[in-house]
Design a protein around this ligand. Structure first.
Ligand code: FAD
Length: 555
């Protein structure tokens, strides 16, 4: 995984000849522990097998690269686009099922002799639209479609249906379960993963005139010039995922005592959590397999923590957000989203860019944003800190803007989870205690008084004495000079005064909540009556979160 893909016009490759390609689109993610990760060459469908290396190349003018829509539609309609070139490597092992051999030819079942089309069910809106087109086409062409739910523990549609018929939901107006508790009560125990082992894949066979391409090198994908420090320390792939999971689960005591939100967000050499999110996201690790391996550990220990704070409880959070996002129209935005508070966030390009680029002048916030840029992963509470700072804590900027930055830079970027957590952290949904604000100074200090995390990600501050590392602007000039870091020159001054900014934010949030109540927003939570819900839903927020403190006087 690398960050920030540069936009490059991929070479158009030769397409020629005749031949046959496998008719399946390989599942994007797999439930089998032995299954191929995203981007591998395996295919387990019942149509004629071939591999990812066989890709037809219709000679077609490339479309604008980069957009998800173009990538997805290209997979659905099997036209060749630059975006699909990259995504074909990353996400689909086999030739698109309906690819035509010439730009003008109609996709033809007869030509490809397609009998069955296999792809993983995906609840993200763009995928739903794409898959509907594919399924409609398949139905019209007499092609059987097999699209199992395997990315999540449960089938979100089934949970919603179950919930709709449960008595608890009669009061809830027919919505999906909106609290973790109701979700868990409805869901029950997740199904076991499919443990079937597959034998060798059949040989590729005659590909006719189709080229067999090797897995592209990073340089070919346009990442060659990235400096080493921008390469995350986490290797991709299923082997690595299984190794990482086993290493985490080996420490049975750690698993049994795992309790979120406890854990050190500043631990970067040995992160305080599993860092399995990118592997789950890309299908290198099956959520069900992970869940049931955790249960095996629980069975071998006397006691263990329980959801929502336990390790298994984290996977249920994942499914919770998948389910709510599936059942909530416009989940990814404020407008038209019935579970989202309508808040008049302010526009401020300068402050937003300072946050995005790790130049707010608050080292704790900046170090996290730099870790995001360099590694694409940060601890959950680090994400809390920066999300709160951007939105209701200090800058009062729209959560959708922060969401977009995360979406682009996280290696575990996941539509349902990312949007769900941004809704949560901005107090737009799920969590409503807007007066509880993470201090950009004392919160990090609590875990890492020496500021090692900051020194690592912001080298210019590495010689700043620990007394000033969280508030370098308070260091006397002689100290700054000795540390070779002059605030305002080598490192920015704070973009806002946290004390004043957070006070202003609370006031604005109070007004926004009041106007939501008047406007009849269906989300009933408010800052005072939702404390019960916070603790019962637990596992997300820090009970003793360091509250805003007045920054010391500037030097
Ligand atoms: P562990 O603590 O080891 O948990 C195991 C697994 O449980 C994770 O890999 C993840 O799949 C799941 N999980 C843990 N916490 C959560 C949670 N709060 N919500 C849903 N699932 C959870 N996680 C993503 O996977 N993708 C995202 O795009 C994403 N965006 C986020 C944005 C914000 C603003 C915040 C506050 C959190 C976000 N998270 C996201 C949730 C969480 O921070 C990460 O899942 C977690 O830090 C990943 O590290 P881990 O694998 O070590 O987690």
């Amino acid at each position: 995984w690398t960050l920030q893909p540069p936009r490059r016009r991929p070479r158009r490759r030769r397409w020629s000849g005749s031949g046959r390609a496998c008719a399946c689109t390989t599942t994007r993610r797999s439930t089998r522990p032995g299954a191929a990760p995203r981007g591998s060459t395996r295919c387990s469908c019942s149509t004629r097998g071939t591999s990812a290396r066989t890709r037809p190349r219709p000679p077609r003018a490339p479309r604008a690269p980069g957009s998800r829509a173009s990538a997805s539609s290209s997979r659905a309609s099997a036209t060749w686009t630059p975006a699909s070139a990259a995504s074909a490597h990353a996400s689909s092992s086999c030739a698109p099922a309906t690819t035509s051999r010439t730009p003008s030819a109609q996709p033809s079942r007869t030509y490809w002799n397609i009998g069955k089309l296999c792809f993983e069910s995906d609840t993200e809106p763009y995928a739903l639209a794409r898959d509907k087109r594919v399924t409609d086409f398949a139905a019209a062409s007499g092609i059987e479609v097999f699209s199992p739910v395997s990315h999540t523990l449960f089938d979100p549609a089934e949970i919603i249906e179950k919930f709709l018929f449960s008595s608890a939901n009669l009061k809830n107006g027919g919505r999906p379960p909106l609290t973790y508790q109701s979700f868990v009560a409805t869901a029950g125990e997740p199904p076991k993963p499919v443990m079937e082992k597959y034998s060798e894949l059949p040989p590729i066979g005659d590909t006719g005139g189709y080229e067999l391409l090797p897995v592209p090198k990073l340089e070919e994908l346009g990442y060659g010039d990235l400096s080493q420090e921008y390469i995350p320390p986490f290797r991709g792939g299923e082997t690595e995922a299984l190794k990482r999971m086993r290493e985490s689960l080996q420490d049975k005591e750690w698993v049994a005592k795992f309790e979120k939100p406890k854990g050190d967000p500043s631990a970067f050499l040995k992160p305080a959590t599993t860092v399995l999110s990118p592997y789950l996201k890309f299908g290198c690790l099956s959520a069900r397999y992970f869940y049931h391996c955790i249960q095996d550990v629980y069975r071998s220990t006397k006691t263990h923590t329980k959801p929502p704070v336990s390790l298994a409880g984290q996977l249920l959070w994942r499914d919770f957000f998948y389910t709510v996002s599936f059942g909530t129209p416009n989940f990814h935005q404020m407008e038209g989203n019935k579970i989202c508070k309508q808040i008049p966030w302010r526009e401020n390009g300068e402050l937003f860019v300072a946050w995005r680029d790790g130049r707010t002048g608050y080292p704790w916030i900046d170090a996290i944003m730099i870790q995001l840029r360099k590694w694409g992963w940060m601890h959950h509470l680090a994400r809390h800190s920066v999300a709160c700072f951007l939105t209701r804590g200090d800058l009062y900027i729209h959560w959708e803007q922060g969401r977009d930055v995360f979406e682009r830079l996280l290696i575990d970027s996941d539509w349902a989870i990312n949007n769900g957590n941004w809704l949560w952290l901005s107090c737009s949904s799920f969590f409503y205690q807007y007066h509880r604000i993470y201090s950009p100074i004392s919160f990090g200090k609590k875990y890492d008084p020496n500021g090692d995390y900051i020194r690592h990600f912001i080298p210019v501050l590495k010689d700043m004495p620990k007394e000033y590392i969280y508030e370098p602007w308070t260091a006397p000039l002689s100290v700054q000079e000795k540390a070779r870091c002059i605030v305002g020159k080598d490192y920015p001054k704070p973009v806002v005064d946290h004390e004043a900014a957070s006070k202003e934010c609370r006031k604005r949030m109070e007004e926004a909540y009041a106007s939501n109540r008047l406007g009849g927003n269906p989300v009933k939570g408010n800052s005072s009556n939702s404390s019960r819900r916070k603790f019962s839903d637990g596992g997300q927020d820090v009970p003793d979160s360091s509250m805003s403190k007045q920054p010391r006087k500037r030097s």
